[in-house]
Design a protein around this ligand. Structure first.
Ligand code: ADP
Ligand code: MG
Length: 691
């Protein structure tokens, strides 16, 4: 094995966090290209692994070349052949004692070629050998170097996925500099852990990975070691945050449920046992002298909203203000209307603040809020702008938190100061195995029981060739005063994907249902989307053709049928969430999945799971088994990738191990992991307020 010897470039291990331009030879242009690959700091380079390698160790004299193979040859430049006709390649003829070869250049200037291949000079050339018109040739060789560089070229060279502006040679210069000069770090893993998994040191693992010495790219022990590092760094941060929350003292909220009892009377249903349990759980947090940071997870339609209002009532009862945040104006609007209804007949003043609130009204709201005249403010993220000041905010509820990543979660937790309790709500069920990894900083409540009057949605599958049958079904539904969603994967037709687009489907359906169709997709502006959804809500549109953008959480009481086209394109959890958009009233909801004729075994299995179960948690677990963690809906949407290296399917044993390990060491001094946490970019999400 050959490593280039360069002078030590890192004086200090913290140099790894310096900008990439700290490296010699990386100027603004290269920095820009690297940034496109999300490489900005030096340590970002470390996690960008090679996916394969090119063996350039094969050498031969010109009489023993093997066509189609990559070979490294030692030759002397004989003469040039630069044709005067455009589009013909430049040619350089080279030789050794045994034969001749043509080196062909497309798109290279003569001056450049003459400089790298001066006549009569011996050089090393590496590339794929071709045979054309009874001559050997190499086209655009990857390497042309002086003979003394033989060890640099004649070896197994890792292959990275690179973008425009970056080629193997320029990237090698950078990555080798870093990899061969890694600072020696003190081991943070216990001897026992290293032994148990057969792990090597951090340095050795990185070196082996970047030299691509092991073809098993996911499960070799070098990658597994770095995966465990990454999982641990995540768990350590969450655990630290959790401890800080637990240490944050607040004024206990001492209420006697009097207001909650009143709003309970305004409901036209009784709470489920599970809802009651969770309300009690939250109430205890509110009463305690520690700040609450809790997530309420519950399937679509499980009735989270009322849980939050029952607990909001308690906070209002003692004269604290509350805020409730929803991801869209239309959902905020629904929450507002519901709140008005259930707080009817009380003294509570409720206001709505969204991007649509008029300036004058907005100004008034801000003033009244500051004076403490508004008790409950409901709105979109407009709620959390700097200008907005509460008099004594005691409770923040954030609905559909899957729109926000971990970093945003932290900043939300800091809002309102230490006396403010925080409840997040999410309809994205997380598989049990991933719970601690994702929500390890929070207390978790799970709403599993569904309201009793809720009929499970009936799920059917149909081959696409029977699409005409659907017309009859839609007609029947519309005549019964129901509404219908029709979901397609694409916005417009694509040459790459064989899926249906909403635009195409609209054309077809509009001919049959001319006056009542509408279209909704992600390319519309937010206000356009809101307008369409409002029309649907008011039943001016009764058949809505849509991509998956239909918001989770909105109640369309008369939407009872959802048709999902190219259903195999979607993950199970996503299909489950989509079908959760119908049947939220008291009528039976139905979901029809359209498939291509020849379903794979896997697809058949997936449909079975959906038909059989209406339990979002179970479905999420099955989904993860079949498609991997990256597809868990929501985490994809927030644009935040949880892990760069660790893979919850292949590394599940490491996840399990890390979870039990963290519980064991949680109360020890964890300083030895500080550098690791920084390496994985987690340091900035450590909760800082009051800590
Ligand atoms: P999600 O958990 O998806 O936010 P919602 O809170 O919007 O669900 O509740 C869905 C529907 O179920 C609402 O119309 C709500 O009024 C109703 N609901 C909530 N709890 C109950 C219950 N215990 N019994 C009957 N209906 C309920
Ligand atoms: Mg909801």
């Amino acid at each position: 094995m050959y490593y280039i010897l360069t002078m030590a470039i890192f004086k200090n291990k913290d140099d790894l966090f310096k900008n990439i331009s700290f490296l010699k030879g990386v100027g603004p242009k290269l920095s820009k290209y690297l940034k496109n690959k999300k490489i900005e700091k030096i340590n970002d380079l470390l996690w960008h692994f090679p996916y394969s390698s090119t063996d350039r160790s094969n050498t031969a004299t010109l009489d023993k070349l093997e066509v189609g193979k990559i070979q490294t040859i030692k030759v002397k430049v004989l003469k040039y052949n630069f044709p005067r006709i455009r589009n013909l390649p430049n040619k350089v003829i080279c030789e050794d004692e045994f034969g001749k070869i043509d080196i062909i250049f497309f798109n290279s200037r003569e001056g450049y070629i003459k400089a790298i291949l001066p006549v009569n000079k011996w050089v090393l050339i590496s590339g794929k050998i071709n045979f054309y018109k009874s001559k050997y040739q190499i086209t655009n060789p990857s390497y042309i170097t002086s003979i003394d560089k033989i060890d640099y070229v004649k070896r197994n060279i890792p292959k990275y996925s690179l973008t425009e502006g970056l080629n193997e040679k320029s990237y090698r210069k950078i990555i080798e500099k870093v990899i061969n000069n890694l600072p020696v770090l003190e081991e943070w893993l216990d001897e026992e852990v290293l032994y148990k998994f057969g792990f090597k040191s951090w340095n050795e693992s990185l070196l082996k990975i970047h030299n691509f010495e092991n073809a098993d790219t996911v499960n070799n022990k070098y990658i597994r070691r770095l995966a465990l590092d990454e999982i641990l760094s995540n768990l350590i941060v969450l655990s630290k945050n959790r401890k800080k929350f637990k240490e944050t003292k607040k004024e206990s909220k001492l209420f006697d449920n009097s207001l909650a009892k009143i709003i309970l009377k305004n409901l036209n249903f009784t709470l489920t046992k599970n809802q009651e349990e969770i309300i009690k759980e939250i109430n205890e947090d509110l009463k305690s002298d520690r700040k609450m940071f809790r997530i309420l997870q519950g399937d679509v339609g499980s009735g989270k909203t009322i849980v939050s209002f029952m607990t909001i009532a308690n906070v209002l009862e003692i004269g604290c203000q509350s805020a409730m945040m929803a991801p869209t104006a239309i959902l905020a609007d629904q929450h507002y209307n519901l709140a008005k209804k259930i707080f009817h007949g009380t003294e509570i003043r409720i206001e709505l603040l969204t991007g649509k609130t008029e300036t004058k009204q907005r100004k008034k709201i801000l003033e009244d809020l500051k004076d403490g005249e508004i008790d409950l403010l409901i709105g979109t993220h407009a709620l959390f702008q700097k200008k907005i000041n509460f008099k004594n905010l005691g409770y923040v509820v954030i609905d559909e938190q899957h729109k926000f990543g971990v970093k945003q979660r932290m900043s939300l937790a800091e809002k309102g100061g230490k006396n403010c309790d925080v409840l997040l709500m999410s309809a994205t069920p997380i598989p049990r195995t991933m719970m601690l990894t994702i929500y390890g900083d929070m207390d978790v409540s799970r709403l599993i029981e569904k309201p009793k009057n809720r009929l499970p949605i009936l799920t059917y599958s149909k081959p696409e060739k029977k699409i005409d049958d659907l017309i009859k079904i839609i007609k029947k539904n519309l005549s019964e005063n129901n509404q219908v969603f029709w979901v397609c994967p694409l916005i417009k037709d694509s040459q790459i994907f064989d899926y249906t687009s909403v635009k195409m489907r609209l054309k077809w359906l509009k001919k049959i249902f001319p006056s009542e169709t509408g279209i909704l997709h992600g390319e519309l502006k937010q206000y356009e989307k809101d307008l369409i959804l409002e029309k649907f809500l008011k039943k001016k549109i009764r058949l809505l053709i849509s991509t998956t953008v239909i918001e989770v959480g909105i109640d369309f009481p008369d939407a009872n049928l959802i048709i999902i086209e190219n259903a195999n394109k979607f993950g199970l959890a996503q299909l489950h969430q989509l079908r959760g958009r119908v049947g939220r009233g008291s009528k039976q909801g139905k979901c029809i999945l359209l498939f291509k004729d020849n379903l794979s075994k896997n697809s058949v299995q997936r449909i079975k799971v959906l038909k059989k179960s209406s339990d979002g948690f179970f479905i999420a677990e099955e989904d993860m088994k079949m498609r991997g963690f990256g597809d868990i809906i929501g985490y994809q949407q927030s644009g935040e990738k949880f892990f760069k290296i660790a893979d919850p399917i292949n590394h599940i044993d490491l996840f399990n191990y890390a979870e039990s390990y963290i519980k064991k060491i949680e109360n020890e001094n964890l300083d030895r992991f500080d550098f690791l946490v920084k390496l994985h970019d987690k340091a900035e999400i450590i909760y800082s307020k009051n800590g």
